[in-house]
Design a protein around this ligand. Structure first.
Ligand SMILES: NC(=O)c1ccc[n+]([C@@H]2O[C@H](COP(=O)([O-])OP(=O)(O)OC[C@H]3O[C@@H](n4cnc5c(N)ncnc54)[C@H](O)[C@@H]3O)[C@@H](O)[C@H]2O)c1
Length: 316
């Protein structure tokens, strides 16, 4: 019987199994890319011991550097003190071994690429390696949470924890429950989200959830319009920013999210709904094939080498 207390100090929350109640002391984040690094940063800032793991040394290094750079920028802008950075840095540890990273985790958040087989194998490993009480969250943007949970012997502890990019800034945390997710797991994930300063929404395990379906469909359509020569990239983006009050245009947002990430989500929606309306546009495929993945590679739909979005030649 799971029992979750309603009373916990701001950066502690309790999650338990078999009547055991414990506070979150340690969070493990699997994958140190765009999302994993941001999630680990926010966890460390929330006062939790945070273990960041990546299967690739360069991925881990890049993630740790990104977090450090974010904190340094905060200091330069007077938003973060050196004492805060020191405290947060002390909470954050990088791991090249997943078994060590998750051994004492109360909460695990997975943020590896959007490839079903990869997520399933990670969750089957987590089932073997993480403590029995651990809450197992996945940051998938579009995959079935039930399928991911089925790779474990504890599907009741598995929940979608869909963060937004950039994680330290974006306030939304979309929690995705599948049929077997327990109420205690939902409550614990809501508490963890609140402790991280996020507003949570709770949605059902339907492909694309609430947010990804809308986001990728808009981005793909904007790429189709760009390819059709309807308007320049900047003008398409400006249409949505000034015409519809979006804070950022759909093309710039696609570059920020990562064109490979967007392409993978579209493919998953295309096969889950068996609907070619979600097929990634050929221009999107060409950009990904050329290694133009967006801001993270310096070039995508736009050239980001100056730090700002600049129009550039697109592949034929
Ligand atoms: N980028 C976004 O804006 C965004 C937003 C919400 C959700 N997501 C989801 O978050 C997840 C990660 O996306 P991302 O943009 O951070 O991807 P990314 O490519 O930036 O990072 C993925 C990281 O996972 C690492 N990795 C690969 N295989 C691994 C393994 N077996 N074990 C551990 N680490 C491994 C890679 O080295 C890389 O550092 C995806 O499921 C994606 O759909 C992305």
């Amino acid at each position: 019987m799971l029992r979750v207390s309603n009373h916990f100090p701001s950066n502690h929350h309790e999650v338990g199994r078999f009547g055991l109640v414990m506070e979150i002391r340690c969070v493990a984040v699997i994958g140190a890319g765009t999302m994993g690094a941001g999630i680990a940063q926010v966890c460390a800032q929330s006062g939790w011991k945070t273990h960041l793991f990546d299967a690739f040394p360069e991925g881990l290094e890049r993630g740790m550097q990104r977090i450090n750079a974010f904190w340094d920028k905060g200091i330069a802008r007077g938003k973060t003190t050196t004492e805060q950075k020191e405290e947060w840095s002390n909470n954050l540890h990088s791991f090249a071994d997943m078994a060590l990273a998750v051994a004492e985790a109360d909460l695990v958040i997975e943020a590896v690429p959007e490839i079903p087989e990869l997520k399933h194998s990670i969750f089957s490993e987590l089932d073997r390696l993480a403590p029995p009480h651990a809450l197992l969250g996945t940051n998938t943007s579009s995959l079935s949470i039930a399928d991911i949970a089925a790779a474990t012997s504890r599907p009741e502890n598995v929940i979608g924890m869909h963060f937004f990019n950039p994680v330290p800034i974006m306030k939304l945390l979309e929690l995705v429950r599948h049929d077997l997710t327990s109420e205690a797991t939902i409550t614990a994930a809501q508490s963890a989200g609140a402790a991280m300063g996020k507003t949570t929404i709770l949605v059902k395990d339907i492909p694309g959830f609430a947010t990804s379906r809308l986001g990728v469909a808009l981005g793909n359509e904007a790429i189709r319009m760009l390819s059709d020569g309807v308007a320049s990239a900047k003008d398409i983006d400006t249409a949505m920013v000034l015409g519809y009050k979006h804070p950022m245009g759909p093309l710039a947002l696609s570059d920020l999210v990562g064109l490979d990430v967007r392409r993978d989500i579209l493919k998953n929606l295309q096969s889950s709904f068996n609907d070619d309306a979600y097929a990634p546009h050929p221009l999107l495929e060409k950009l990904v094939a050329a290694g133009r993945l967006g801001k993270k590679t310096g070039i995508g739909i736009y050239d980001w080498s100056s730090g700002e979005a600049e129009e550039t030649e697109l592949p034929e």
